[in-house]
Design a binder for this molecule. Structure first.
Ligand code: CMP
Length: 140
């Protein structure tokens, strides 16, 4: 399996509780390397664009409002099989269904305030990385 990149967001519920370091350590301990990272306040337009595939879902407006309720940390993670590795360490979307030891099991508050986002495929990872980062901000 070749080295690949994925995209991660440390969400407002985690930054609010000062968990940026704790979450990042779990990512690093899982074998992922942070090759880009920035703390930003997303605009409503940015969040709506990012989650555009969910526009028709009943939770869309609440999701966008939550994602702009405080700062987030957007990151590019690199490693062997990075997309799958990141999804494994994140745990299930709903923390009630997440495995022991995963980020969402340990830290998430609810299905909405679930502490982290991670790309679900290499193709989406590229789109999501390009949405927030220019090439010169990523240093592998
Ligand atoms: P994320 O991986 O960021 O992608 C979409 C987000 O929508 C998801 O994580 C959840 O935090 C959020 N969400 C809120 N409600 C639901 C729901 N009922 N089903 C799926 N995702 C939800």
């Amino acid at each position: 399996m070749a080295t690949e990149r994925t995209f991660s967001i440390i969400k407002p519920d985690a930054t609010r509780r000062n968990l940026t370091g704790a979450v990042t350590k779990m990512l690093e301990d899982a074998g992922l390397r942070v090759v880009a990272s920035k703390r930003i306040q997303m605009t409503r337009e940015q969040a709506e664009g990012f989650y555009g595939v969910h526009r028709e879902r009943p939770f869309f407006n609440d999701l966008v409002s939550f994602m702009i309720s405080g700062p987030v940390v957007v990151q590019v993670l690199e490693g062997e099989d990075a997309v799958a590795k990141n999804r494994a360490v994140m745990g299930a979307t709903n923390p009630a269904n997440a495995d022991e030891g995963t980020i969402r099991k340990v830290h998430a508050e609810s299905i909405e305030a679930n502490s982290v986002h991670g790309s679900d495929s290499a193709e989406n990872a590229k789109t999501e990385i390009d949405y927030f980062f220019s090439a010169d901000e990523i240093v592998g």
